[in-house]
Design a protein around this ligand. Sequence first.
Ligand SMILES: Nc1ncnc2c1ncn2[C@@H]1O[C@H](COP(=O)(O)OP(=O)(O)OP(=O)(O)O)[C@@H](O)[C@H]1O
Ligand SMILES: [Mg+2]
Length: 256
Amino acid sequence: MNASHSLVSTAAATLSAMDSRAQTLVQVSGLGKMFTLHNQGGIRLPVLQDVTFEAGRGDCLVLSGPSGTGKSTLLRCLYGNYLATEGSIRIRDTQGWVELTGASEQTILRLRRNVIGYVSQFLRVIPRVSTLDVVAEPLRAGGMEAEAARERAAGLLHRLNVPQRLWGLPPATFSGGEQQRVNIARGFIGGHPVLLLDEPTASLDADNRAVVIALIREAVAEGRCLIGIFHDEAVRDEVATRILPIEPAVTAGALE
Ligand SMILES: Nc1ncnc2c1ncn2[C@@H]1O[C@H](COP(=O)(O)OP(=O)(O)OP(=O)(O)O)[C@@H](O)[C@H]1O
Ligand SMILES: [Mg+2]
């Protein structure tokens, strides 16, 4: 990480400003998530129950478990997209611990700018914005000057083998694998201390999977904290520093 980057990129600056003895960045305790299906007569669907873990610098914590156990739901709770129905999620920023569950919109947005990044399974395409600017945006939000941000975006797109002829176009019409690589570039560029990854290699070929594995390992070596879902066992074995099994929730009084 060069000096100009850490000066202007808020997320990366957060990591260097943090007390390096503060190893733990995420503390989850007794977390539960119950969905209430209002358009289905208020059926209650328990998904996560009593999830407790810590993750910190240099971790790549991999969530594992069968389809439908709530792995993506857990990442969405950690990003403040879903409100947990029980328990606590604490995230460390430069000021200390912040409780995410029940936090104000403003606090959630601040944490997303400075601390938590998220590579969702699918790119949320912003109409009419070029790929280069989609990727550069997290650096611009941290105050980096446009040309410098675009240069870094170009470097990452190049590394992820996104053809240069596509950089000036909005990614809406790109293939699944191309969109996923744009999404990965956008997620990694900001240098967020905590990065959530939801199956980032699902639609990638072997060469690009290897690039993503390298990016993950570099982020871990820099002391960032990654929490991710990887269905591909070979990828999981290459990146995981720890595995967290997510158990299916049990409905109280459930019939067989
Ligand atoms: N917004 C929602 N409203 C209602 N139910 C939801 C919602 N989001 C997720 N669920 C339910 O929560 C359960 C867990 O979903 P989730 O996507 O977290 O699973 P997952 O472990 O990521 O599965 P996969 O490995 O298939 O991606 C599913 O039964 C799903 O239908
Ligand atoms: Mg999922």
